[in-house]
Ligand binder design. Structure first.
Ligand code: LLP
Length: 448
């Protein structure tokens, strides 16, 4: 039997392009008809059944990323940062895999609680937590709150009737040279207290004076989409130094150091990503060195990956609406989604790839820009993408690595409802979040 007998559609010429495992879920294949399948389901079938645009989420991929973290960091507490993507099912999957959960609002907390996540395994974050959110968190018995301001210390100690475990957010002043919108480790920004500052000392002093607050540790988050491990080592060395100073000045030995999230993923083949084994090594080495230097007992390390858990498990499906060859200019393939389901391109200059999902992309190709449907010239989802030259309206494009900060950042701009999230696993689909309809949008508009 030849390859052509197995894949008759290959007769149209050309070889199958590789679906690079660095940006697609592990269980991504071509079926006998040349269609892309993920988790055993053809993406084109999902587009037919649920419409487009649609977010796909591969459950097995999410779980296996959680398992990879548990394997690589057996002694650390791994908290999934729900801001990347939180639905009830995702909360369930990650906690079943042994992760804890980091939430940053009462809304995320509600999703977690409705999935019966043990509140003790939840940590609340945010530089601006409204009083009502702190109250909700305390009332549900949340495990830890990361304090970000002096005001919060007052509010929390007034709210807590039993000692509330808290961490204090510290800015270690480590520059990761990331996109300015997601650089959080440098001094003079809005999060936490700068390392070595008077404000930090004052916060520590106030926390240790409060009988209602149990000071559990320090927290830092140096940024996002970081592929270099060195800044984590540097942050750990500085944070242990600060923990030693707190011990010396206040007699409190903190047992937890939370180093935040920020681990990079590849969005396109060849992009750099965080190597977890290297990260584990640098964490060990810097802890050893810093704890020896300050004669400080090894704290438990906590970390909060968001993107690295869900990004590659997500794929967005679009249908081609039109194809326009601008004379002397670009080819624009307009799809039925855009900047409201993927604002990352306009926000951070992120770059994506896309492929046709309903047939083999064999034969001659063209280079095109994928244009969103929104009324802004900047609504371009991807540039210089190789697509079949005979691409037609109605065909399905799949954009990989769209699981993190896509649904969670999405909007209903231009009056277009947000896409649904469809989970795939072992050859079947399950709707996790339904499409936002025009009726949903109208229901909020009550101002006649
Ligand atoms: N922990 C804290 C305190 C955070 O602020 C964040 C993300 C994380 C953990 C998770 O970071 P991750 O591992 O996902 O990088 N919307 C941007 C990313 C914003 C990240 C905000 N904080 C994007 O789409 O690139």
């Amino acid at each position: 039997m030849t390859l052509l007998d197995i894949f008759p559609s290959l007769r149209s010429g050309g070889m199958l392009p590789r679906l690079d495992p660095s940006v697609w879920p592990r269980e991504t294949h071509y079926d006998a008809d040349g269609r892309i399948t993920v988790g055993g389901v053809a993406l084109a079938d999902i587009a037919d059944q649920y419409g487009t645009p649609t977010y796909i989420l591969d459950e097995t991929e999410v779980r296996s990323r959680c398992q990879a973290y548990r394997r690589q960091f057996p002694d650390a507490e791994v908290l999934y940062a729900g801001k990347a993507l939180l639905t009830r099912a995702v909360a369930e999957w990650v906690t079943e895999e042994g992760l804890s959960l980091d939430v940053c609002s009462a809304g995320e907390l509600a999703v977690a609680l409705s999935s019966w996540v043990n509140p003790q395994r939840i940590m609340l974050h945010g530089n601006g937590k409204p009083f009502a959110e702190l109250e909700t968190a305390i009332n549900c018995g949340i495990g830890r709150v990361v304090i970000d301001s002096l005001t919060e210390i007052t509010l929390l100690s007034a709210l807590a009737s039993t000692p509330q475990r808290v961490l204090l957010r510290v800015c270690p002043d480590v520059d990761v040279h990331g996109h300015p919108a997601v650089r959080t480790g440098v001094a003079d920004q809005k999060f936490g207290f700068t390392i070595g500052s008077h404000a930090l000392s004052e916060a520590v002093e106030r926390i240790v004076r409060q009988p209602n607050l149990e000071f559990a540790g320090l927290h830092c988050h140096i940024g996002s989409q970081i592929y270099d491990t060195f800044p984590y080592g540097e942050a750990i060395r500085r944070m242990i130094g600060e923990m030693a100073r707190i011990r010396d000045d206040y007699g409190v030995t903190l047992g937890t150091l939370d180093i935040g999230g920020g681990h990079a993923v590849a969005y396109r083949p060849g992009d750099a990503e965080m190597n977890l084994a290297e990260l584990a090594d640098i964490i060990e080495d810097s802890l050893d060195a810093a704890c020896a230097r300050y004669a400080f007992p090894r704290p438990t390390i906590a970390m909060e990956p968001g993107r690295a858990i869900v990004a590659r498990a997500g794929i967005t499906l679009y249908r081609v609406l039109s194809i326009k060859h601008v004379e002397g200019g670009h080819t624009f393939v307009t799809v039925d989604g855009g900047m409201s389901d993927n604002p990352r391109v306009t926000l951070y200059g992120a770059r994506y790839e896309a492929v046709v999902a309903n047939r083999h992309p064999t034969g001659p190709h063209m280079t095109a820009n994928i244009a969103g449907r929104y009324c802004e010239a900047g609504d371009i989802l991807a540039t210089d993408v190789r697509l079949p030259a005979d691409l037609r309206p109605g065909e399905v494009l799949a954009m990989p690595c769209t699981g993190a900060y896509h649904h969670s950042l999405s909007s209903s701009y231009n009056g277009v409802g947000r896409p649904p999230i469809i989970a795939v696993r072992d050859g079947s689909t399950r709707e996790l979040v339904r499409r936002e309809t025009i009726e949903d949008l109208m229901r909020r508009d009550i101002g006649h």
